[in-house]
Design a protein around this ligand. Structure first.
Ligand SMILES: Cc1ncc(COP(=O)(O)O)c(C=O)c1O
Length: 545
């Protein structure tokens, strides 16, 4: 491949990102490319496109946060500043025994501890630049408040109160929280409901195209991909639809932090042309819980507005442990992500085969990826159907935890989801397969049946903005009396965390039946004012007749 020469003016913020753009246009594809040669970028920078498909123009052996932490320890700082445990000196022995002394030692103030008062060493900035460089984004921003913060920040960077945004209705509850906070008007884009599996596949590009025809005033679009089930949208086509209209695309890619690092995984949102994408490093990467990154590229979103939106929502005391783990994971992925993820995919392939051979359990795969279903699938997410075993996913999940000390990621009325990452090995997978085999030989009572709604029962009419409904005067009514009333709260079976009812939606009989019968079958609904769902908050009649 001939050296790629990029215009140095466009390569100011991140030369690798502009090299990515050059390569994309040279290959005519948004897909990762596999080239091992070095190429000239501008006049000075060298870029290496590696087999995993990412570019790096920086020294990825560096880990600014870990290096700064090591230096902090070496210097033996005495802090007369938070955190008050003073590197664990004040921590109770019993606490330290469980958490480990190192956790406290590395829990230091980000500014005025890890870095100096003026952030003179640019520790965090350099770590973020390396992250962006590793995945071919223009800029990356770390969040210690999960993708829940990242996704809200992205929404605030795109739309102002009262403006419309096209949003797949299979969005996570944090997106609904973003609507309640901002006053953005959602124009819902329909997912593809699978009547056989009783599952929503991510919306098709055509659905976004039609939504833009109907709502040309929409200022941008948001799509969730991968879904919590690992199913993926055709992001490239959705990005093209958005860009044809000159509007930015936000991808909630909370489940896709690992995607840039292996070509056999579904397309990474930045490669597909998204303007901003949000990943939870704690889900499919090796970050601590709450570690999230949002990535930016292109000219459609103002980076300052994005950063300031995150600042409005964020903590002023970010946990350095989270930064350190994300920084170290980036280095690990650049060095050996290809190999680690390749092995994980192979392990997942073996696990899928072994589980599928168990009597009465079935790995759902082909039905997930089809013309009228999802565009792609992250095969590290193994969806297991428990229907033929005559038990619910809730029962399977509870049995695995209580009898075999195994936790699975997600369960519902008829399936469980086992999530593998590069951290798993054969012994762990064998343990899972053996436990599942034991489960199939165990007799459990027939589960209470869940009344599964028709798609139309889940497509509730949005009669008020989520923000207006959330802040309106409300009444608490018995759930059976709520049909026809406008919800003042969101009601979300968790996991997967996709609200069945959004504030401002008119409640249907079908959705109440589904939730009530789901509750009886041990569905968990943590965000409802009444988690038992005997009652629900609705907008008071005087606020909405
Ligand atoms: C699709 C999706 N988006 C966003 C989030 C929020 O991520 P976090 O837990 O990192 O705040 C989740 C969490 O499960 C999710 O599934």
């Amino acid at each position: 491949m001939a050296p790629l020469v990029s215009d140095s003016a466009t390569a100011t913020r991140n030369p690798a990102a502009s090299a990515f753009a050059a390569i994309r246009s040279a290959t005519g594809s948004g897909l990762p490319v596999a080239v091992s040669a070095q190429s000239t970028i501008g006049s000075t920078r060298c870029v290496c496109v590696r087999p995993g498909g990412y570019l790096g123009s920086m020294d990825h052996d560096e880990s600014p946060v870990l290096d700064a932490l090591a230096e902090y320890h070496d210097r033996g700082y005495a802090d007369f500043a938070p955190p008050g445990h003073k590197q664990g000196l004040g921590a109770d022995d019993a606490v330290r025994r469980v958490l480990g002394a190192e956790v406290f030692r590395s829990d230091v103030l980000a500014t005025g501890g890890l870095d100096d008062r003026r952030s003179g060493k640019r520790v965090l900035e350099r770590a973020q630049e390396l992250m962006a460089d590793a995945v071919g984004a223009q800029q990356a921003f770390f969040s210690t408040c999960g993708s829940s913060l990242s996704v809200k920040s992205a929404m605030m960077a795109v739309a102002a109160p009262g403006e419309s945004m096209l949003i797949g209705r299979d969005a996570h509850k944090s997106v609904i929280a973003g609507l309640a906070l901002t006053g953005i008007r959602p124009e819902w884009v329909r997912p593809r409901w699978d009547r056989g599996l009783h599952l929503a596949h991510p919306p098709a590009p055509e659905a976004y195209s039609e939504a833009f025809e109907q709502h040309p005033e929409a200022v941008g679009a948001l799509v969730t991909s991968p879904s919590p089930y690992g199913t993926c949208s055709d992001l490239k086509s959705i990005a093209e639809v958005c860009h044809r209209h000159g509007k930015p695309l936000i991808v909630d890619e909370a489940w896709g932090a690992h995607l840039p690092f292996h070509e056999d995984l579904p397309t990474w949102a930045m490669d597909a042309g998204a303007d901003v994408c949000v990943v939870s490093v704690h889900k499919m990467g090796a970050g601590f819980e709450q570690g999230s990154v949002f990535h930016l590229q292109g000219e459609l979103i103002d980076p300052v507005r994005l950063k300031q939106s995150a600042d409005l929502l964020s903590t002023t005391s970010p946990n350095v442990l989270l930064f350190a783990a994300m920084d170290g994971w980036r280095r690990q992925m650049v060095r050996s992500g290809q190999e680690l993820l390749g092995s994980a995919l192979e392990l997942a392939r073996t696990a899928r085969g072994a589980i599928d051979e168990l009597p009465a359990l079935r790995v759902i795969e082909d039905e997930l990826v089809a013309k009228e279903a999802s565009h792609d699938l992250d095969r590290l997410q193994i969806m297991i159907d428990t229907l033929d075993a005559g038990i619910s996913g809730y029962q399977a999940s509870d049995w695995l935890r209580s009898e075999r000390a195994i936790n699975v990621g997600l369960s519902d009325h008829r399936r469980i989801l086992a999530q593998l990452t590069f951290a798993d090995d054969k012994a762990r997978v064998d343990r899972l397969v053996t436990a599942l085999g034991d489960l199939t030989r165990t007799s459990l009572p027939a589960p209470p049946s869940v009344v599964l709604p028709e798609p139309r029962d889940l497509e509730l009419e949005q009669v008020m903005l989520p923000r207006e409904a959330f802040f309106a005067a409300h009444e608490t009514v018995p759930i059976e009396d709520s049909v026809g009333r406008v919800a003042a709260e969101q009601v979300t079976p968790y996991p997967p965390g996709i609200p069945a009812i959004v504030p401002g939606e008119r409640i249907s009989a079908g959705v109440t039946e589904y939730l009530r019968s789901g509750k009886a079958a041990t569905m968990v609904i943590p965000d409802a004012a009444d988690p038992d769902l005997k009652t629900i908050r609705v907008v008071a009649d005087r606020d909405h007749g």
